[in-house]
Design a protein around this ligand. Sequence first.
Ligand code: SF4
Length: 383
Amino acid sequence: MTIDIGSPLLLLGRGADPASERGVACPGDLPPASDPALVERAHAAKAALGDRLFVLGHHYQRDEVIQFADVTGDSFKLAQEAAARPQAPYIVFCGVHFMAESADILTGADQRVVLPDLAAGCSMADMATYEQVEECWEALEDAGIADDVVPITYMNSSADIKAFVGRHGGTVCTSSNARRALEWAFSKGSKVLFLPDQHLGRNTAVLEMGLSLDDCVVYNPHRPDGGLGRDELRDATMILWRGHCSVHGRFSKESVDDVRARIPGVNVLVHPECRHEVVMEADHIGSTEYIIRMLDEAPAGSAWAVGTELNLVKRLADRHLDKTVVFLDKAVCFCSTMNRIDLPHLVWSLESLVRGKVVNQITVDEETAYYARAALDQMLALP
Ligand code: SF4
């Protein structure tokens, strides 16, 4: 019997699909994960490389990796940190593919950005391809509204999508400045196309800009014209791309109800990539940097249920032993692609650099980098 699964499934780390954020082969002779000397080897390789190396660690990385980061942060902070180190020829990015692309765009031509495992992609970034976004723009042109639309893409998107937005006079945003990006966009046009995270777009528009849910439509790239009629596109103020984060999308209203029943007086603190019904139930909403700050400033004895990636929540719980800090969902859920970067991959990439071999270098072609940079620069220029 033959089963048609539509498109081939790629196991993480196997096969090759360079157009995807996921499932890309990671070559290399990795040390075994059981090697007890891995920590020592990573320290030794870092010491040998000295100032020639700068290691970036995203907040969602594993503890075994984050201990080697020279700086930790969210994706945008890390790209800026990389750009601020022109003297380091090697930037090892412990994060996912789109982050390493942004670092390559913002760093000098003689700096090499390395992603220790090429299978570390992002399922959300994969939900918007260049061809799909071009088709969407054609649908907006057919509806006669493209001139009124300002595109915004979340940092969590491929360099191709950032370049598309740069070509069409839009901007990149992060979860910290999404409101400022929307305010800027609405000063330039009457509609916004928000890529690729529908939840961040909707939550910002409704909770921070005073728009209603009826002002938003969802463009589904898997349906002709996004599954929307021309009148629906013309009437909409926010055209949200049908994408989401597979980690933050897991949290539900039931998760919130459940934790409130289990821990009386708990403060529910969630990331704006969570679904609208979840942020509506939460006490506080903000980016990873905001979440970290809230917990740093919270009084001893307070209780917090945090709706973001589990590696970060675990670290925050360990750091704040005088407070109760729990994961919002009962089921364990790490970001599987963030978790691809483990100690064996880190040691392999660092030791390769010591031998003078640059492995897993992430490069963005010149034209894509030019327009993606225009969208990133527009974000930096936001009021
Ligand atoms: S947490 Fe979500 S948005 Fe971040 S890398 Fe993982 S899938 Fe992508």
